[in-house]
Ligand binder design. Structure first.
Ligand SMILES: Nc1ncnc2c1ncn2[C@@H]1O[C@H](COP(=O)(O)OP(=O)(O)OP(=O)(O)O)[C@@H](O)[C@H]1O
Ligand SMILES: O=P(O)(O)OC[C@@]1(O)O[C@H](CO)[C@@H](O)[C@@H]1O
Length: 325
């Protein structure tokens, strides 16, 4: 069983537009809403592929009610914690070439007792859990070290922990020595405090992050696939995308695939890229079917000098010298 935690879930609204001129009234062609937040996406992707998964999340306000109903319709097993604040709505504006402009709200402010109730809910549901996936941003009010705390507690119970977040919460999570972190190129660049321009740069950064506490790093690289760096090796995998539709949630699909693929090594990386590739060819954050014939090119002898296609992964600060935690 895989348990996911989404402290800042959302109802994601995807809206298709022909163009995105600033200041204009834009007539949208169509749109829809989905239950979301990174851990919710991971659990839904697993559930839709027949893998037992449960999502822990807060619910509150009108949007929270909507989110809860949507998850009920999806028949996803959930452990919901009632909060006073209002769950957020995030918006994705999708242009015809698949470019997505995303607006993420900050979400509710969680009270200390609400955060404790969520942590307790996770700890009370660890029986028979192979992986705990702690995913997404932290709402205001939640201590930045919450993922580190959960990682320690889960490990004491023999549960492996994956963390998919960014900025300070990602940095702070390393003190809990998670089994896996899944940054994208931007998040990894920000974490190590320098631009990442090549596959070799990503490997070096991932090794640094291992040195800071993560057992393995799954770096998702958008059009360049993904790199897995663990104690044994560095592996690169990528696949050709026939029709790029929307990359929103592709990272969550990749993490879900990685966990489903065994959570370590080449097989897991291959599944991660197959699931990420399925997700980008599908509208919205969810996807229903992974093509079993999807070819994934996996190699350990990849070209380290190869430039990332999305080579603007430049951090906004000069890196950190203080250890996490
Ligand atoms: N443009 C693309 N072309 C081909 N594959 C892609 C593309 N974008 C994403 N993918 C696939 O999806 C996986 C995850 O994508 P990405 O690195 O964009 O995650 P992310 O930034 O964490 O996404 P999100 O935060 O929206 O969930 C990649 O490892 C890759 O396999
Ligand atoms: O604001 P966060 O928690 O970092 O990310 C939330 C989010 O952008 O992540 C998912 C895609 O990965 C979306 O469905 C959702 O809106």
């Amino acid at each position: 069983m895989i348990l996911t935690l989404t402290l800042n879930p959302s109802v994601d609204r995807t809206v298709f537009v022909d163009a995105l001129p600033r200041g204009a009234v834009i007539r949208s062609r169509r749109g829809w809403s989905e239950p979301s937040g990174k851990g919710v996406n991971v659990a839904l992707a697993l559930h839709r592929h027949g893998v037992p998964a449960t999502a822990v999340l807060p619910v509150g306000g009108q949007v929270g009610g909507q989110l809860s109903e949507m998850l009920g319709r999806a028949e996803l097993p959930v452990r919901q914690v009632a909060i006073q604040g209002e769950i957020r709505s995030n918006i994705s504006l999708v242009e015809p070439d698949g470019t997505v402009t995303k607006v993420n709200e900050p979400g509710p402010v969680l009270r200390a007792d609400e955060t404790e109730a969520l942590v307790r809910t996770v700890l009370d549901n660890l029986a028979d859990v192979a992986w705990l996936a702690c995913c997404g941003s932290l709402p205001d009010g939640v201590p930045v070290e919450v993922y580190a705390r959960l990682a320690r507690a889960a490990r004491d119970r023999g549960v492996r922990v994956a963390v998919d977040t960014s900025g300070e919460p990602l940095w702070a999570s390393l003190a809990g020595r998670p089994d896996l972190v899944k940054p994208n190129a931007h998040e990894l660049a920000h974490l190590v405090g320098r631009p990442l321009r090549t596959l070799g740069d990503v490997v070096d950064a991932a090794r640094e992050v291992r040195g800071l506490g993560a057992e393995a790093v799954l770096a998702s690289l958008g059009p360049d696939g993904a790199l897995l760096v663990d104690a044994d090796e560095a592996l690169h995998a990528e696949a050709t995308v026939a029709r790029m539709v929307s990359a929103v949630g592709a990272g969550d699909a990749a993490l879900a695939g990685f966990l489903h693929g065994g959570g370590r090594g080449a097989a897991a990386l291959r599944t991660a890229v197959a699931w990420g590739t399925a997700a980008v060819q599908h509208e919205g954050t969810l996807f229903s079917a992974v093509d079993p014939d999807q070819a994934v090119l996996l190699r350990s002898d990849f070209d380290r000098a190869r430039r990332l296609r999305d080579a603007d992964a430049v951090p906004g600060h000069e890196g950190r010298s203080d250890p996490p935690g």
